[in-house]
Design a protein. Structure first.
Length: 426
């Protein structure tokens, strides 16, 4: 690989000439126990845990930028006896066994110290030359994650040890550049976090809207007609998917089919998820059409039986897979397919179909039982209005999902450029 002018090839790849290449051992603080693992097994057991006190960092507290979540606690006296195994604000905590590659920072609050459990290791960096937040991003990067994977000890439970941690190669710019890079990546994290929070809020609002609108607890302005009890069989009939197909029939052919996952993951069938299949002329009666509903007929859990999706657009030469079945409305049925797709995916609809699930290790939904299911149905105009509101909410959520994905991709690109010095901030 050609080395760019002003750069050098090192153990961590190509970096600027004025950056240093070193190991974790070199960036550690000169204080005692700067790099340390958790206590011996007998020194910290479940009987030591109390309701409040000094938190213990365990596997479930890792995985985010900062250690967080539901902590176990030990008394102050117990923590004092484990002084060598304490982590304090600004320290980095690594997973030693479990989900390898995890690294988290110890936050400034609400606790002044944490006990590192037997499955974690702690690093205190030398603050005069190393910015903890910068090195959090370094250890989250591809080069150091790759080093951990390549040096994982595979005997017994896969793990790393203090020797491997000390030998991880790292790059060290000047402290000022470390701080600038850390600030830029923190800004990217803040954008991601704001997107995640807004997305969670919008999803919560949608769940509340579904609960109120699909049960009639809240009526839209201008609608006051009575809701009627209907059975699904009053509105239409079921039909099956493709059968008697061999493996060679799929992945090729001029026809397309709706997959199991398309139904499971979408309220409205995603036309971009169709897959190819060979279909005989005798099977053309199984074609799907606009307005059809689709249900998965079986699942490993009763909660996922009968997930419903609707085909909202005209399609040509498209069929249904054999693991699901369709429902077609009779002409003149006063029902909106999108409304019913939302209803059967709502909490009330899920509980209704869950009650019909039969089986022990795998659960199945009978077409006959489905046609007998009864529910309250508003007048058609109200159905359409409710479905439109929920569809608008889904569109807003989808836009936020795309924005979040873009923000995450932007951060990954920034990490690649900034942590290698391809883009300089100082």
């Amino acid at each position: 690989m050609d080395v760019k002018p002003g750069y050098k090839q090192t153990d961590v790849g190509m970096i600027p000439k004025n950056w240093e290449s070193m190991t974790v051992r070199d960036i550690a603080s000169p204080v005692r126990n700067a790099i340390v693992g958790g206590p011996f097994g007998s020194d910290l057991v479940s009987n030591d845990y109390v309701g409040d006190g000094v938190p213990v960092v365990r596997g479930q507290n890792m995985g985010s930028k900062f250690v967080e979540g539901n902590f176990a606690f030990v008394t102050r006296a117990k923590a004092k006896s484990l002084e060598a195994n304490l982590a304090r604000p600004g320290d980095l905590v690594f997973t030693q066994r479990g989900t390898l590659g995890q690294v988290s920072l110890v936050p400034d609050r609400p606790y002044d110290c944490y006990v590192v459990s037997q499955s974690q290791m702690k690093l205190t960096v030398n603050r005069t030359t190393a910015e903890p937040l910068f090195f959090y991003y370094v250890f989250s990067g591809s080069a150091q994650q790759g080093f951990i994977r390549q040096n994982t000890i595979q005997t017994g439970v896969p793990h790393i040890n203090l020797g491997i941690l000390r030998a991880i190669p790292v790059q060290r710019p000047s402290l000022a550049e470390q701080e600038a890079i850390a600030e830029a990546l923190s800004d990217a994290d803040a954008l991601i976090e704001s997107c995640e929070q807004l997305l969670a809020k919008k999803r919560h609002i949608k769940q509340g809207a579904m609960k109120e609108l699909l049960t009639g607890k809240k009526r839209l302005p201008g609608f006051n007609g009575e809701w009627e009890v209907k059975r699904l069989g009053d509105l239409g009939f079921t039909f099956g998917g493709l059968t008697n197909k061999s493996k060679s029939d799929f992945g090729d052919g001029k026809s397309r089919y709706i997959t199991f996952m398309n139904i499971m993951t979408n309220v409205v069938i995603d036309l971009g998820m169709f897959e190819q299949v060979k279909v005989l002329s005798a099977e053309t009666q199984n074609r799907v059409t606009k307005g059809d509903l689709f249900f998965n007929g079986s699942s490993e859990t009763p909660e996922e039986v009968g997930m419903c999706a609707v085909l909202a657009e005209d399609v040509q030469d498209v069929y249904l897979n054999s693991f699901c079945f369709g429902f077609r409305f009779r002409e003149g049925s006063k029902a909106d397919g999108l409304y019913l797709a939302y209803y059967f995916r709502s909490r009330e609809g899920r509980e209704l179909l869950k009650s019909l699930a039969q089986g022990a290790t795998r659960y199945n939904l009978s077409k006959t039982a489905l046609l007998r299911v009864a529910f309250l149905l508003p007048p058609t105009p109200e159905q359409t209005a409710i479905a439109a509101i929920l569809s608008d909410m889904d569109a807003e959520i989808a836009a936020l999902v795309a924005k979040l994905a873009k923000a995450r991709g932007l951060k990954q690109g920034m990490m690649q450029e900034l942590l290698t010095g391809s883009i300089r901030l100082v």
